[in-house]
Design a binder for this molecule. Structure first.
Ligand code: WT7
Length: 683
């Protein structure tokens, strides 16, 4: 393994102050520097050298079944598997014949150890309330909640929607579902009533667990009101008879956690208060032994069409993936205080707030509110007060902190930190360096973890005690994972040649499908390179074999680490009465990574004014949620199209980010459109 990176400047520069633990800094350009694992860290780490990583990796690739079977023995099984895996592209199965329960693995098995009275969840409310649940207490709450679900008619195999803020009840609800084998579908608390309705109906959920509201940035989000709106049916009269429209016919009950205390309407026969039901519930609810392949959850994510995809994850394989990656990539130890700042509404929260760390018996910090509330130092304050040792956040948050100023972290003593992580989008080297210097004080390794909702767990990331890192690269694959960068024809790219990122073989936590849509599943992931998983990302691999992720190659945009399908936003826009046609593209944004720019043509008679722009943004907010609101709306009388009528988003992307179009326009049907778009911009 070469320890040097190719560098134009061979001059060895002095480490910046505070980086005395890192060696081999050979360039002033961060993306060319190599940071070797800090020796003190490596000495204690689970995997403490490159040789050890390479040995384990080689063994895992040579015989993945053997490798994963050995690792799976660390989980609790009610019944062992018969067969390790099966692959009939595009469908995979792992630990066939085994019986297992994710909730049992995250809770019950720790009760027989000294972890019984260890903090499982240290929760902090936005208003600084504190609640700590030990593993024994979590066990009691989850068991009671599971009995509540049963009393409301939920059975193994039913789907339950969870639409809540970041309170302990969210984790309890998730684990209660897992306990009885009800497949959970967590819907991010920022989504609108319409988005809830689509997701609940797609999964045919029987129950919705929600809260009266959530605290966010000093105000409240009216969660229950959104659920009520999603469930509302409207009777309308169409010629020939009455119809009912809307609503969620599958939903029988709504379970409501009291959080904000604000008034909500409770519909008798349908709505039940969580605290009332919990007060009556027994704390005895044994975990149900489930098939390894039992669907643990569905999580909706954006794709290239307007309709979100219900990503389905299994029980055993998913649990193993999150367990192992947490163990080795976060190098988790019993004395750690681990904090992942994601929301449980996204996959990061599922895998790295709940299943991964709890399966490892870790202490997890869970924070309810906004990163900058009531002041820009809230995160650093939490790290100091709780003694956080492992911290996992997103590049977009880091960039926002850089802008807010070093004085905020500098006010706090964060010497407890030993490991930092990022996820969600490529981290720009400047942000990496700031994270390293200002937050990690040059002492903490950074794990840049690449993965997706679909992969379930981290696929590419440095192993912190072993793999030297360079800002901007997620480095090397995790055990048992074989990613590759290929050309359109499937042949392997040369070093540093950009191409498509694929994963050659199935792995335990791979998605099992798109809910109720096997055709879309096969087409979306296994058709570009027949029978091989295509990630949708572009990447290059350098001479050392490190992966540099270059972002999405499809019509998906990464806004603040959240995936949004351009089609999804476009169909929301054309759903407005004023809009004739819309094209949505991303443009680089310093904080968000990408910002959304919508090019909109209006129907005759609608005034192209600021007022309407605001209305359209609001409209998208109502159709999807605030995260999907375009940052900019540009009215235009026509969109650039090819002769076959396809909108040339490439040109719009260029226009939105640079203000002009230099690329190839030969397939453009009407050249004057571009002229007019450009002119419109100058107005
Ligand atoms: C997409 C997946 C998986 C957790 C959060 C996002 C991008 C994710 C990285 C990274 C570069 C990254 C990719 C990927 N992405 N992590 N470390 N470096 N890009 O989950 O919403 O399913 O989005 O996020 O483009 O495909 P997601």
């Amino acid at each position: 393994m070469p320890t040097k990176t190719p560098s134009k400047s061979k001059k060895v520069v002095k480490p910046v102050s505070g980086t005395s633990h890192t060696q081999s800094i050979e360039s002033t350009l961060p993306e060319k520097r190599l940071f070797k694992p800090n020796k003190a860290f490596a000495a204690k780490a689970k995997i403490g050298s490159m040789a050890q990583y390479e040995k384990m990796y080689r063994a895992s690739i040579k015989d993945p079944e053997k490798f994963f079977a050995k690792q799976a023995e660390e989980l609790h099984w009610f019944k062992p598997w018969r067969k390790v895996s099966e692959w009939k592209a595009p469908f995979t199965k792992w630990f066939i014949g085994g019986k297992i329960n994710a909730s049992y693995n995250c809770i019950d098995r720790h009760l027989e150890t000294s972890r019984k009275n260890k903090a499982a969840i240290i929760w902090e409310g936005e208003n600084f309330e504190q609640r700590t649940l030990t593993y024994a207490q979590l066990h009691r709450e989850v068991s009671k909640a599971a009995n509540v679900l049963k009393s409301l008619g939920v059975k193994t195999g039913d789907r339950v929607a969870i639409y809540m803020g970041m309170t302990p009840e969210l984790a309890i609800a998730v684990l209660a579902c897992a306990r009885i084998g009800a497949t959970h579908s967590v819907i991010f608390g920022g989504f609108s009533a319409e988005a809830i309705r689509d997701r609940v109906n797609d999964a045919e959920c029987k129950l919705i667990i929600t809260a009266d509201g959530a605290f966010r940035r000093g105000t409240t989000v009216e969660l229950k009101k959104n659920v009520d709106q999603a469930l509302r049916t409207e009777a309308i009269n169409i010629e020939g008879g009455a119809h009912t429209l809307g609503g969620c016919p599958s939903v029988e009950k709504v379970l409501v956690v009291k959080r904000t205390g604000e008034h909500v309407d409770m519909f008798s026969g349908r709505d039940v208060w969580w605290h009332d039901a919990m007060a009556e519930a027994s704390a005895d609810c044994p975990a149900v032994p489930l098939d390894s392949e039992h669907p643990l959850y569905i999580l909706y994510t954006s794709g290239t069409t307007g309709k979100p995809k219900g990503i389905v994850h299994s029980t055993a394989g998913y649990l193993l993936g999150t367990y192992l990656t947490t163990k080795y990539i976060f190098d988790i130890r019993d004395e750690d205080v681990y904090w992942c700042t994601a929301d449980v509404g996204w996959v990061t929260g599922h895998s790295y707030i709940i299943y991964g760390p709890l399966a490892n018996g870790a202490t997890v910090v869970m924070y309810e509110g906004a990163p900058t509330y009531p002041a820009p130092d809230r995160f650093w304050d939490i790290i100091e007060r709780h003694g956080v040792t492992v911290f996992y956040t997103a590049p977009t948050a880091i960039r926002a902190f850089i802008r807010a100023g070093d004085e905020h972290p500098n006010k706090h003593k964060m010497s407890s930190l030993r490991l930092l992580g990022t996820v969600g989008e490529p981290i720009n080297p400047e942000a990496w360096m700031w994270y390293h210097r200002v937050i990690g004080k040059g002492r903490c390794p950074i794990v840049d973890t690449w993965w997706q909702t679909e992969t379930g767990s981290i696929m590419i990331s440095p192993i912190p005690g072993a793999v030297p890192t360079t800002p901007g690269t997620a480095t090397l694959p995790f055990f048992g994972i074989e990613p590759e960068v290929v050309r359109k024809d499937g042949t392997t790219c040369k070093p540093n040649e950009g191409g498509y990122l694929i994963i050659k073989k199935p792995w335990p936590s791979m998605l099992r499908g798109i809910y109720k849509d096997p055709e879309r599943f096969a087409k979306q992931y296994f058709s570009d390179f027949p029978g091989i998983y295509f990630t949708g990302d572009g990447a290059r691999r350098d001479k050392k074999g490190y992966f540099w992720i270059m972002g999405r190659v499809d019509d998906v945009i990464n806004v603040s680490g959240h995936r949004l399908g351009t089609m999804e936003v476009e169909s929301a826009l054309v759903g407005n009465e004023a809009v004739a046609e819309a094209a949505v593209v991303g443009r680089p944004d310093e904080i968000k990574g990408s910002a959304l720019v919508a090019f909109v043509t209006l129907k005759k008679g609608w005034p192209a004014d600021e007022n309407l722009k605001e209305k359209l943004r609001k409209h998208v907010g109502e159709a999807i949620g605030h995260i999907a609101k375009p940052d900019e709306i540009r009215f235009t009388d026509a969109l650039p199209k090819t002769r076959s009528g396809k909108i040339m988003r490439r040109l719009l992307r260029e226009l939105a980010s640079t203000g002009s179009v230099a690329g190839d326009t030969t397939t453009l049907e009407d050249f004057s459109v571009l002229e007019r778009l450009r002119a419109g911009e100058e107005e």
